[in-house]
Design a binder for this molecule. Structure first.
Ligand code: ATP
Length: 234
């Protein structure tokens, strides 16, 4: 579904992503793990066209998307849940969710998807009228994922959903990520929490200093001595 070839991202003279190649198949959850500063977020931003890549190609569902206008990305079926969530703090939970569906005109289906998001995250239903800015960090993460789902994407890009959250909240968020995946969503998951990411995915890529240094089935990566030493604290 997603084919990334030789992707390069730079900030001025700093090469953040140095020609990486990877793919995500339909229905797969793929993890991209690596230390702080490895280039994971830059990769995701380039895919979502939030920033321009300096080289390489991105194909999505057979179509080249590496040069399309950023506002067309959602219409193509890609939804990004950014690091730091980016909910609209002065809008209610319900309004935030409706913002996620702004490109859609199928109001009956939007309502159905809203109920599906509430089924994934009952907390959001309880807080539907509350201003998003007053939610806890975990609830904002739920809302950011819910809002992304409201665009009915083919591919969900998740940037560090566990960041800054209490362990119990991380568990909750990842339960839903797995449920969304089990319902057929294709997911590219970026995480510093390598264990959680690899336990929640079929395949994984390890990024170091802007390059992919290792890839394979997530179960194998979890057993790999290098991964265990560098990312699983062993
Ligand atoms: P994190 O876990 O912090 O999100 P990451 O693996 O996602 O880390 P990136 O955020 O993609 O890494 O950063 C990759 C490299 O690019 C780092 O060296 C970082 O300092 C640099 N970088 C990121 N954003 C910018 C920017 N806006 N301007 C200059 N350099 C940047």
């Amino acid at each position: 579904m997603l084919e990334v070839t030789g992707l390069r991202v730079a900030y001025g003279g700093i090469q953040a992503v140095r020609s990486i190649t990877f793919h995500v198949g339909e229905g797969e959850t793929v993890a991209l793990i690596g230390a702080n500063g490895a280039g994971k977020t830059s990769t995701l931003k380039a895919l979502a066209r939030v920033l321009d890549a300096v080289g390489g190609d991105v194909h999505f569902c057979g179509e080249k998307i590496s040069r399309i206008a950023p506002h067309h990305i959602v219409r193509k079926g890609i939804a990004l849940v950014p690091e730091g969530r980016g909910v609209f703090p002065r809008l209610s939970v319900l309004e935030n969710l409706h913002m996620g569906a702004f490109i859609r005109h199928d109001s009956a289906e939007v309502e159905r998807d809203l109920q599906r998001v509430f089924a994934y995250f009952p907390r959001l239903k309880e807080r539907a009228g509350q201003l998003a800015g007053t939610l806890s960090g975990g609830e904002q993460q739920m809302l950011a994922i819910g809002r992304a789902l409201m665009s009915r994407p083919k591919l969900l890009l998740l940037d560090e959903p566990s960041m800054g959250l209490a362990p119990i909240m991380v568990q909750k968020i990842f339960e839903v990520v797995r449920a969304v995946a089990a319902d057929g969503m294709t997911i590219l998951l970026i995480e510093q929490n390598a264990k959680l990411a690899l336990e929640s995915s079929q395949r994984g890529y390890v990024m170091e200093s802007g390059e992919i240094t290792l890839h394979g089935e997530s179960a194998q990566l979890l057993d790999d001595p290098k991964v265990r030493a560098a990312y699983l604290g062993e």
